[in-house]
Ligand binder design. Sequence first.
Ligand SMILES: [Zn+2]
Ligand SMILES: [Zn+2]
Length: 362
Amino acid sequence: MFCIGCGAEGPTIDNFCLSCFPKHQRTVTLAAQVEVHTCAHCKRVLHGHRWEELGTEPSQYVPLLIEEALSVSGEGTQTVQVALANTEERLLRATVTVHRRREGLQWSEHLSTLVVLRVATCEVCSRRHGSYWESRVQLRATGRDIDAEELRLSQQWADELMRHLDESGTGDRQAFISRLIPQHGGLDWYLGSRSSGKALSRLLADRLGGAVTESVELHGRSDGVDLYRNVTLVRLPPYRAGDFVAIEDSKGTRSPFRVQSVRGGFTNLLDLRDYRAVRMRLADTLSLERIATPADLRRAVVVSQRGAEAQLLDPDHYSTITVLLPSDAPLGQEVEVLRFERDLYLVRGAPTVDDAQEDSTA
Ligand SMILES: [Zn+2]
Ligand SMILES: [Zn+2]
């Protein structure tokens, strides 16, 4: 066989010898200019139609993108080498060598292109900065405003949860808070994904003790697919753990109970008349009247104690009253009492809120 270019005898590819072949025929082409888009906010690189984490330096991702931009014809394999040189701000000159191999013959082709580095904003970052939302979580308390601690804790937990979801293995990049609005004595979060809204409402209901109701609303169509938004209401009861509520019996008599814990859809109460534990469905306790918080407790001097019965000095009327105790453990000099209607109820010495929480989860 001989070369139709120079006449030399020897192995040929498409009738050319190995040195003539690349001069007369190219098997690899590359556009004179290649544009590379990176996100100004998250530094992701546009790779096909997806924004991916391919590195932060052009040397980490430009060679890959150039290799994919090559158009190779003819049979055989190739390996690609890319050398980059800065020419000016946001412009790189890429020198590309493609080593080809076909039927045991090897040759190299040399190309070059101008790489234009463009800064853009990826889809998620534009949503993040553009008030986009797919889920609204409303936190409300029944018959009262959310208190300062509930406000502080719920915001802290929401921020922590979004960070966790964004960085966790599932990597919900749309786990972000696009708006947080105080509303009707509560808070409204507007979140970037429906799953982050579900996770937040579950967390708030679990930790603050609330009931969740969820609805879904259609908010548009994109590429023939219906788009939905979640609206979740987390409703807290009128009381918090440690507060006191009144419960009316069938005869219309109201009695005081301490709220021991609210969890798992149940409210655990302590009957202050006999210190019995009572468990009620949370939904059935949302309208209970809160009669006192721990700040409303009074201190009473213990006059005497005999077994599970004690005499206390009424802090308001300075008369001596008799109360039943949960046990015959010694009381000490003073106890905390709750005044409800005309009576005093011993609170200190009763099973604590923390004890009861451990009981209810056991
Ligand atoms: Zn030749
Ligand atoms: Zn981005």
